[in-house]
Design a protein around this ligand. Structure first.
Ligand code: SF4
Ligand code: SF4
Ligand code: FES
Length: 351
């Protein structure tokens, strides 16, 4: 135990004689903190703040202490302090964190005694932790995140919904629009047009609401190539980042399915790729990667992947015996007819 920690314990004992038995020692932490003022700074920089952190302190407490004890100009957003308003989302050592929900010592256990405090998106920083979330809100608005319905001015009874219908969207409705998933999404980093996990979660939430009448319109918006569900790379980073355990990628998967169920899906490389999985399974019971490529991109389209295929073969990622396009080289599994029956029962829509 460091001298400083012992002094802190003694100080604490002097003031809290009744509580000495329950006291837990503090840990010294360095907060390497992103600082930037878009009005005055050309480039961001990092400042280091040292402090003793107690077992009950949240990351938000540490932000408050930077501001109150070290530098009053340090800026960040917070409001509810109860994980409800979504204002305090930042990144700690690259991990999306809701500052008012995250215990600081847990992160010190995870990352060691230097915590790197950064805004959710450094390229959108306005001042320190405060970012410009305009892209987040614009994408949210683009999916009509509200119930669209012809409402009678003076209804005579409520619009009823069964518990099962309500449960269909209950967890997606818990979104607090913190942006943690949005600013952790690698697909968005490379494609500004992509709607992102939070907007797609909202699209799902209102599309499956039985009171809503704009589901097909929303599905058409989210089916767009370049911006919709097919541009998600299914990395699950959004599920990892979400402080409300919403699992946006699960909702994206459901939107894929709804596009087929409601007949909104159009034949394109992405939808044929999805259907190609089934096609291969139906033929042999195995996943036939080569067949998926030829089915989704056509024989001509396939040639653009030849270089990649050769490189993959060279490093042992593809083997000749695992399937050559045009040649039925994949064996069939036993009981293939049972798999085919299951596919027939489960399949909702064909392109
Ligand atoms: S799973 Fe999709 S939406 Fe979620 S973070 Fe990855 S690419 Fe983005
Ligand atoms: S889905 Fe989760 S991480 Fe994304 S904005 Fe909503 S609450 Fe935040
Ligand atoms: S301050 Fe409201 S969610 Fe953290």
């Amino acid at each position: 135990m460091s001298t400083q920690t012992e002094e802190t314990v003694d100080d604490y004992k002097a003031f809290n004689t009744d509580e000495v038995d329950t006291f837990q020692p503090t840990r010294k932490v360095t907060l390497k903190t992103f600082r930037f003022n878009a009005e005055t700074d050309y480039l961001p920089y990092y400042k280091h703040y040292e402090m003793e952190v107690g077992k009950d302190e949240l990351i938000l407490d540490l932000l408050n202490r930077i501001k109150w004890e070290h530098d009053g100009s340090f800026s960040y957003r917070r409001s509810c302090r109860h994980g409800i308003c979504g204002a305090c989302a930042i990144k700690v050592n690259g991990k999306a964190t809701l500052a008012c929900k995250q215990n600081a010592l847990e992160l010190i256990d995870l990352f060691g005694e230097e915590l790197v405090i950064e805004p959710s998106s450094k390229k959108r920083a306005i001042k320190d932790m405060i970012i410009d979330k305009a892209d987040f809100w614009a994408k949210h608005a683009a999916v009509k995140p509200y119930v669209v319905a012809d409402v009678v001015a003076r209804p005579e009874h409520e619009t009823k919904q069964s518990i099962a219908e309500f449960n269909n969207f209950l967890d997606s409705d818990l979104c607090i629009q913190c942006g943690a998933c949005h600013y952790s999404c690698p697909a968005l980093e490379v494609n500004d047009a992509f709607l992102g996990p939070a907007a797609l979660n909202a699209a799902y939430r209102f599309t499956v609401d039985t009171r809503d009448e704009a589901g097909d319109e929303r599905l058409a918006i989210t089916a767009q190539m370049g911006s919709g569900v097919w541009d998600c790379v299914k990395c699950f980073e959004c599920a990892e980042a979400c402080p409300k355990d919403i699992n946006p990628i699960e909702k994206i998967g459901k939107l894929h399915n709804l596009q087929f169920v409601r007949g909104v899906a159009e034949s394109n490389v992405a939808t044929r790729h999805a259907e190609g999985f089934l096609r291969g399974m139906k033929k042999t019971g195995y996943l036939d990667e080569a067949d998926i490529v030829t089915y989704s991109e056509g024989y001509l389209g396939m040639y653009k992947h030849l270089g990649t295929a050769m490189r993959m073969m060279k490093v042992g990622k593809i083997h000749w015996h695992s399937g050559i396009p045009f040649i039925n080289s994949i064996p069939k599994i036993k009981n293939l007819d049972e798999v085919q029956k299951l596919i027939e029962i489960a399949q909702t829509h064909k392109l």
